[in-house]
Design a protein. Structure first.
Length: 255
């Protein structure tokens, strides 16, 4: 099950954290992986890890908020591998700031990367996938995406962008179904990634501790535990799943 041999997958935000885990696990299942992020050197390190384990991958520097850059990378990747089957829209930023202190620039930066970037990549990917009447678009959102009663101080812009991903994906699922393409969302809860370990910039320690009190499993998730859901949604076994949001949250929403 979950065999991805010779499938072509592109992962954004893949130089570290969840994105890296997605790339490594897709490669482990047999996919050829296009590793993209803003830092080419770190992307190449992920590629080296994949090839060391007998996988196949290439690295590209990519700014997902730039339509021309998205087109460049997707065009080159398809020229390299012949097609595109799987997109994992993982690139994103969380730069917390209280709503009353948010600037227009803060808002626009978060929306451009988190939401516009996912749309640009999904649109470009779907155009390639439609040629073969098969595709998997997997958009990474967050448990802080509206509708489930989970919000954070300093996350109005972030939560708005992640909620937009869920809404966008539901519409994409309807539009793309006739083309053989599914579109789904994974909304992680508290996951142990570099994003939560930058002092003063990401989740403060007291907020992390408060979050863990709400999680029945009493721990943060591992990036690989999210990547397992990615592999399922990328596989043939998920063929009847589209427009869905999968919460990988250690039971948080059950509390």
């Amino acid at each position: 099950m979950f065999e991805l041999t010779n499938k072509i997958a592109l992962v954004t935000g893949a130089r570290r954290g969840m994105g890296k885990a997605h790339a490594l696990m897709l490669a482990r299942q047999g996919a050829k992986v296009v590793v993209t992020d803003i830092n080419l050197e770190e992307c190449q390190a992920v590629v080296d890890e994949i090839t060391k384990n007998n996988g196949e991958a290439i690295a590209y520097q990519l700014d997902v908020s730039d339509a021309a850059d998205v087109d460049r990378v997707f065009t080159d990747a398809v020229a390299q591998f012949g097609r595109l089957d799987i997109l994992v829209n993982n690139a994103g930023v969380y730069e917390p700031k209280l709503a009353l202190d948010l600037t227009e620039e803060d808002w626009d930066r978060t929306m451009s990367i988190n939401l516009k970037g996912q749309f640009l990549c999904a649109q470009r990917a779907a155009k390639e996938m439609a040629k073969n009447k098969w595709g998997r678009i997997i958009n990474i959102a967050s448990i802080a995406s509206g509708g489930v009663g989970i919000g954070f101080p300093g996350a109005a812009h972030y939560a708005a962008s992640k909620g937009g991903i869920v809404a966008m994906t539901e519409s994409l699922a309807i539009e793309l179904a006739s083309l053989g393409i599914t579109a789904n969302v994974i909304a992680p809860g508290a996951i142990d990634t570099p994003m939560v370990h930058v002092p003063g910039k990401q989740f403060p320690t007291e907020l992390t501790n408060e979050i863990l009190q709400r999680v029945p499993l009493k721990r943060m998730g591992k990036p690989e535990e999210v990547a397992a859901a990615v592999v399922f949604l990328a596989s043939e076994e998920s063929s009847y799943v589209t427009g869905a949001t999968f919460y990988v949250d250690g039971g948080w929403l059950a509390m």
